[in-house]
Ligand binder design. Structure first.
Ligand code: SF4
Ligand code: F3S
Length: 104
């Protein structure tokens, strides 16, 4: 599966949802997550994210993000249409430790 990681938070550009063939993105207030049981590993979303926030879970160190994606994909609503990025998305792009600061 692919997972959404830290740099999505407070950016939420949503380009990713437009290309996903199985519509497996779910939306929280500050970020999106991918449902790991629905993702078919096609990889097309990864290069579409302007924040470079989408990663294959085969990369080392992503266990925390896989757990978070799996948990919140069950709680949040599905998002299939692109919407405007969050206000100040550019200012927050690349900031460190966004999970601790802003996640909701
Ligand atoms: Fe959707 Fe493919 Fe990205 Fe998985 S890898 S979230 S199926 S676009
Ligand atoms: Fe987030 Fe990137 Fe999608 S910032 S909403 S994972 S395009």
């Amino acid at each position: 599966t692919y997972v959404v990681t830290d740099n999505c938070i407070r950016c939420k550009y949503t380009d990713c949802v437009e290309v996903c063939p199985v519509d497996c993105f779910y939306e929280g207030e500050t970020m999106l997550v991918i449902h790991p049981d629905e993702c078919i590993d096609c990889g097309v979303c990864e290069p579409e994210c302007p924040a470079d926030a989408i990663r294959p879970d085969t990369e080392p160190g992503l266990e925390k993000w896989l757990t978070l994606n799996a948990e919140y994909a069950e709680k949040w609503p599905n998002l299939t249409m692109k919407r405007d990025p969050l206000p100040d998305s550019k200012e927050h792009d690349g900031e460190e430790n966004k999970l601790e600061k802003y996640f909701s």
